[in-house]
Design a protein around this ligand. Structure first.
Ligand code: IMP
Length: 432
């Protein structure tokens, strides 16, 4: 089963993964890096994770960081130490030997690239994600396995830095970019990560062949997809379900269910088109009530109405079988509610489908349907019957529009603040 974001990221994938991971045998993260982040609150204790799958909190679940992820070893070793300090065993963590490493120069290049773009900047998380994936494609990447051989590591770093010399000139004296110091630092990370390094694709095959349940966890969301998102305002990997095959090393037939996670409204961080963005008091209200501040960068998120045109697109791109709708409680007290059902172009053209052309999307105005709002506090609801009629109607409208059943509803930040719809909890977790 695959868990993916259906919007621009930050939909609450961490929480859903955490819930499902409890009964999964293996959780595999398949793309992205520490541009993602989620906070899990467990019995009052806060866990902040960027790279380690949230399944790590369940003692029986093996957690793998797949080959498709880009790893900043400083962040990962810090996360492992932090978990240990909090009394969480990391014995079940596995790291793909083939995953690529974020190097100090990737972070410098990310920042320099953004600066150069000026007003056209992407608004990246400045974690070096794009330059790291670029090196991977250029076959100049450094992989986790390279950490175990100092000579190879030094040679590869040298080769990777060579074509970047010009761009890195302003930082030439920065000790972080000194070849020997960098090699030494990364060898140290290698020693610390060595016990976790594994052939994670093989782990997946063994688990799948044994009929165990495997959860593939994506980061970001469909509209930030490098190929299908709002390019160039996207991340540098593919956060859609098909990418689980590549980023974990399994075939399409190994995937049964695909759950997409969406908020009951929309948010976006960074630049790029956002047709339902609200620059008014409702937008402010969503931001405050939803705590819409980035976990990774602390940036306030842009907020807006739910975009059903974008959501329907995400459903198709991912071959979604179920939709989890989070943060429904945040809409309480807003009446009426609006959902975007089509876009209108500059010359009056109507778009029922997500437009592929960047210029069309940039100028698209959202057109809405209005639905009745609800005033009740729903944070205590634990079944659909506990929800006010208007909230149920809102969910029904979404499911009908995009043609996928709602399987899970989030009504608050707590682990227990969810509604499992129908009998989804069991089938979703059945062994493959
Ligand atoms: P990058 O992934 O740091 O290169 O950033 C590219 C774009 O993706 C920017 O608009 C970021 O704000 C956005 N982005 C990356 N990761 C996340 C995430 O986990 N949640 C939301 N937006 C993200």
């Amino acid at each position: 089963m695959v868990i993916v974001g259906a919007q621009w990221g930050d939909e609450g994938k961490g929480k859903v993964t955490d819930l499902l991971a409890e009964r999964a045998d293996l959780v595999v993260r398949f793309q992205g890096g520490n541009n993602a982040g989620h906070t899990i609150v467990r019995e009052g204790e806060v866990f902040k994770l960027h790279l380690v799958p949230s399944g790590i909190l369940h003692p029986g679940t093996v957690c793998a960081i797949g080959n498709g992820v880009v790893i900043d070893p400083e962040i990962l070793t810090g996360e492992i130490e932090g978990l240990k300090r909090q009394g969480v065993s990391t014995g079940n963590l596995k790291i793909s030997a083939n995953a690529h490493l974020i190097m100090p120069y990737h972070v410098f290049l990310d920042m320099a690239g953004e600066q150069k773009l000026g007003s056209l900047s992407i608004g990246t998380t400045r974690r070096g994600i794009g330059p790291c994936y670029a090196d991977k494609s250029s076959r100049l990447g450094i992989r986790v396995q390279d950490l175990l051989d100092e000579k190879i590591l030094r040679k590869k770093i040298m080769a990777a830095m060579e074509p970047k010399r010009q761009l890195l000139r302003p930082h030439a004296k920065d000790p972080a970019l000194d070849l020997h110091a960098m090699t030494e630092e990364y060898v140290t990370y290698g020693h610390r990560l060595e016990p976790y390094i594994a052939d994670t694709a093989h782990l997946c095959w063994d688990a799948l062949d044994a009929g165990k349940s495997v959860l593939f966890e994506g980061a970001q969301g469909a509209l930030l997809d490098l190929d299908h998102g709002t390019y160039p305002f996207v991340t540098s990997s593919n956060p859609i379900a098909g990418s689980a095959c590549i980023g974990a090393g399994v075939g399409p037939r190994d995937i049964d269910e695909v759950w997409g996670i969406t908020k009951a409204y929309s948010t976006r961080v960074g630049s790029g088109p956002f047709p339902t963005e609200l620059d008014d008091e409702i937008g402010d209200r969503l931001r405050t009530a939803g705590g819409e501040v980035g976990t990774t960068t602390g940036r306030p998120r842009r907020c807006g109405w739910l975009d059903l045109v974008g959501l329907k697109y995400a459903v198709r791109l991912n071959g979604m079988t179920g939709l989890a709708i989070t943060k429904l409680d945040v809409l309480s007290g807003i009446d009426p509610l609006r959902v975007c059902v089509r876009y209108r172009g500059t010359e009056g053209a109507q778009f029922e489908e997500f437009p592929y052309h960047q210029s069309v999307l940039h100028h698209a105005a959202a057109e809405y349907d209005e639905l009745p709002g609800f005033a009740e506090d729903i944070t205590g609801a634990r079944s659909e019957e506990d929800l006010p009629d208007a909230a149920r109607e809102y969910l029904r409208y979404i499911a009908d529009f995009v043609g996928v059943p709602v399987v899970l509803i989030g009504v608050g930040p707590g682990r227990e603040q969810v509604i499992w719809v129908g009998d989804q909890e069991t089938p979703a977790l059945k062994a493959a």
